[in-house]
Design a protein around this ligand. Structure first.
Ligand code: SAM
Length: 286
């Protein structure tokens, strides 16, 4: 396990995933019913964008910083709300600047959206990242941090007693069998908890096309960003597949994604693919 999210925090992959995550959380917490959230691959929780790791890759500069520098007029609601969540986290560390210096990972974004009575479990397997995550939420009883395999947790914790849940699956895709592991976990999760909302992040690489097609049996809403400059071995883009998205999520992301793509740079494109209207419910699939 070599992957450290600190090198990639705030990059275009986080912009897609976290804009989607914030919007999912907003819509799912709009109903006056308790929500369970599971973050299977949680990372360290928060990141210093001025640290060596982030500066070395410059991913945040080419990602969240470009959005933060854009005029607010005409900015789609999901992007404005995502940037507000980033700014709220950044402000904990000092007066706000034009671009964020600290960046919230998925657990911080989830935590900011939780209401009293909601439940949140964040799993991280890497010992140092798990330690950092525990420090990030020390004394916060609303967050249960587990140094554990997120796939096992998915199996163990579903269905949640709340009967309403969001599961974020965001693996590093380092292992050669990660795709199979995600598909197996999703199959098991949906068998146990068919009405849950599942958001799965995936990389798009030249040699590894077709992950969205692998997920087709569950008819997800597919959100993708495609880069213009593709170097061999580098990411050509990334996607977020959402099974059982809440009402209005697709509409919100259809507005947000092209706007994001245009701000990220020339030639960056967005793709939104809805499941066919005739798709069966997830419970009866796969
Ligand atoms: N979700 C985080 C966010 O959006 O801020 C980023 C997570 S990062 C892409 C993936 C994380 O998964 C890494 O920190 C890695 O150590 C961790 N990891 C790898 N395999 C895991 C497993 N089987 N269970 C839990 N965590 C795992």
């Amino acid at each position: 396990m070599n992957y450290r999210h600190g090198y990639h925090a705030g990059g275009f992959t986080d912009v897609l995933k976290h804009t989607g995550l914030c919007e999912l959380l907003r819509l799912l917490t709009a109903k006056d019913k308790k929500l369970f959230v599971l973050d299977t691959h949680a990372g360290a929780g928060g990141y210093d964008l001025q640290a060596d790791a982030a500066r070395r890759t410059g991913e945040a500069e080419a990602g969240v910083a470009r959005l933060a520098a854009a005029p607010r007029a005409g900015m789609p609601g999901p992007v404005a709300r995502y940037l507000a969540a980033v700014a709220a986290y950044d402000r904990k560390f000092g007066p706000p600047g034009a671009v964020p210096r600290r960046y919230p990972g998925s657990p911080r974004l989830v935590r900011a959206a939780l209401r009293p009575g909601d439940r949140f479990v964040a799993c991280e397997l890497h010992p140092e990242e798990a330690m950092a995550l525990k420090r990030e939420f020390a004394g916060d009883r609303a967050v249960e941090v587990r140094q554990a395999d997120g796939y096992q947790a998915l199996k163990a914790l579903l269905p949640p007693p709340e009967r309403r849940g969001l599961v974020l699956v965001d693996p590093p895709f380092e292992a050669t069998d990660e795709r199979e592991r995600v598909l197996r976990a999703l199959r098991q999760g949906i068998r146990r908890f068919a009405t849950g909302c599942y958001a799965i992040w995936y990389p798009i690489k030249d040699e590894a096309a077709g992950f969205a097609e692998d997920l087709a049996p569950w008819a997800p809403l597919v959100l993708e960003l495609h880069l213009a400059d593709i170097a061999p071995g580098r990411l050509a883009g990334c996607g977020l597949a959402v099974v059982n998205p809440p009402w209005r999520f697709e509409e919100a992301m259809r507005e947000a994604l092209p706007w994001i793509a245009a701000r990220l740079g020339p030639g960056v494109t967005a793709r939104v693919a809805a499941p066919p209207a005739s798709a069966p419910a997830p419970a009866s699939r796969a």
